[in-house]
Design a protein around this ligand. Structure first.
Ligand SMILES: Nc1nc2c(c(=O)[nH]1)N[C@H]1C(S)=C(S)[C@@H](COP(=O)(O)O)O[C@H]1N2
Ligand SMILES: [Mo]
Length: 503
């Protein structure tokens, strides 16, 4: 056979099996959409375990940069990959079963019906295996059945080629429709992961503290108030854990005199405190947006640690998403277990039912969805340290510049937030001539708490030319933040923020 004839045969073969493949693909997309519509973006979604697998098999160097530096972009890419792989998985199962059925002797119509029925059983089995959840698996099966049903109806034509084309087009249209509908229904179903709205009585302790934060926030357009309106989220998950509060426990293990186990009720019946606490991600850019402040409700860790009797100098905190971070017991002693945020229950995206807050340290050891506190005799590496980061220590001092406003009186207003962990921010200076001369900025009144950011603002007469605004903070120990600019990896960003302001 000459090469062109062989190419012709291959092309014919592809053309012949293309409709069946498209129908299988449509069923795969339908299965994913159906499961999403049934349960939303929760661990029971059929793509959730695949997303975990995608992250687990991604090389560490890629993970090192994608989650902490790319943030939500890296997240989106990984989730899209997981959706595609899951749809292909279901498509492969449907295609294989239907092809096997078609190859059997006997009536063609019977074989097709049997193939479809058997492939749906296979979809159900695969969905149960992936999700372990009845609603999710039924959703996937119904989702796969629709394109297959449409394909069967559309294919009832006497003329074979047009029947095949109509079969494929019909099932694809059904899959696209399902994907859109499933996407909308599933996103509604998923509990919002962001900071939930709070309905706090003004005369409650939380209400009074939130009001204090509003009063002390500077009136500067373009910067967030002292309690963030949108709190950043960083974690290793494409699908956040969703632990059942009533079944959730926190265990204290390892080098302790008395290991302990606490339920949600145990934790929340301990002495309640409301704390302002700022978090900043070690992987953010110098002037980035992954630094926020909230009023957290919870209980100090001291009680639990005293009950356990610690016999080691290090701690490993472990979480429901498989995340783990290790740091020193001295930092742990000031720690806090939070179950509330800005007067509402701790949102799922921020670690519900209970997360850790470790004052003054980079965000990564503020473990969300906390399940275990293991005391260690020896140092170990945490999740991010195994991937090259050094993010278990205290935060770097920073003054950010997020607002440049032209005031009605012709002056320019610049402002932002400054943060130095438990050292506190004592001073923020601004230069409007590229660092030659410096003026003290106005600072917001400090909020109560040991680990809280402040806002700064500076207003000056517009010089009428392009000029460089530079800003720098001095922490509570009198130390000026270092000028040298360093990227986030591996120790967190550092340097003075500067920005050219046009005339
Ligand atoms: N269980 C768990 N906890 C986690 C993480 C995670 O991936 N899993 N990410 C950490 C990182 S890197 C940061 S910066 C903070 C962010 O907290 P937030 O999402 O509430 O802002 O959570 C930390 N706690
Ligand atoms: Mo982080």
């Amino acid at each position: 056979m000459n090469p062109s004839a062989r190419a012709g045969t291959v092309a014919d073969a592809v053309r012949a099996s293309a409709p069946a493949m498209l129908v299988a693909l449509a069923a795969g997309v339908g299965a994913v959409a159906g499961s999403f519509a049934a349960v939303g973006r929760v661990p029971a979604f059929v793509a959730a375990p695949v997303a975990r697998l995608v992250v687990a098999t991604t090389p560490d160097v890629v993970i090192r940069y994608s989650i902490l530096l790319l943030g939500s972009l890296g997240d989106g890419i990984a989730f899209a990959m997981a959706l595609a792989v899951t749809a292909l998985l279901f498509a492969a199962v449907v295609w294989t079963v239907r092809r096997a059925a078609a190859a059997t002797d006997g009536d063609r119509l019977d074989a097709a019906v049997a193939g479809t029925a058997l492939s749906l059983v296979a979809v159900l089995v695969l969905a149960v295996a992936l999700a372990g959840d009845a609603a999710s698996a039924v959703g996937a099966t119904v989702g796969a059945a629709l394109p297959l049903g449409v394909a069967a109806l559309a294919g009832r034509s006497t003329e074979p080629t047009s029947a095949a084309r109509r079969t494929a087009l019909g099932s694809l249209a059904a899959a696209v429709g399902l994907a859109l509908a499933g996407g909308v229904i599933g996103s509604r179903r998923t509990v919002p992961a962001g900071g939930g709205a709070s309905t706090v009585p003004a005369d409650s302790a939380v209400g009074r503290l939130l009001e204090l934060a509003r009063d002390r926030s500077l009136d500067v357009a373009g910067i967030e108030p002292l309690v963030s309106e949108r709190f950043y989220e960083v974690d290793i998950n494409q699908v956040d854990p969703d632990p059942d509060r009533d079944e959730w426990t926190l265990s204290v293990t390892g080098a302790v005199e008395t290991p302990g186990e606490y339920s949600y009720d145990d934790i929340t019946s301990m002495p309640v405190e409301h704390r302002f606490n700022t978090l900043r991600c070690v992987g953010e850019s110098l002037n980035g947006m992954k630094m926020d402040n909230a009023l957290w409700t919870g209980t100090p860790l001291t009680r639990i640690l005293d009950d356990a009797g610690l016999q080691g100098d290090y701690v490993m905190m472990r979480a429901a998403d498989g995340f783990y971070e290790e740091f020193s017991v001295s930092a742990l002693r000031n720690g806090f277990l939070a179950w509330g945020m800005n007067g509402a229950d701790l949102p799922r995206g921020h670690g519900a039912p209970v997360r850790a807050l470790i004052p003054g340290h980079w965000g990564e050891i503020n473990v969300k969805w906390l399940t275990e506190i293991e005391i260690l005799d020896e140092e170990m590496e945490g999740y991010w340290e195994e991937r090259g980061w050094h993010g278990t220590g205290p935060v770097n001092t920073v003054a950010k510049l997020h607002a440049v406003n032209r005031l009605d009186d012709g002056r320019i207003e610049v402002g932002g937030h400054a943060y130095a962990g438990t050292r506190g921010v004592d001073r923020v200076e601004v230069s409007v001539d590229g660092g030659d001369t410096w003026t003290d900025a106005e600072l917001s009144e400090p909020l109560p708490g040991d680990d809280v950011w402040r806002q700064w603002v500076h207003r000056y007469d517009a010089p009428g030319t392009d000029h460089e605004v530079v800003v720098r903070a001095t922490d509570g120990t009198g130390t000026l933040q270092p000028e040298d600019e360093r990227n986030a990896f591996p120790n967190g960003p550092s340097g003075w923020v500067s920005r050219t302001v046009r005339a």
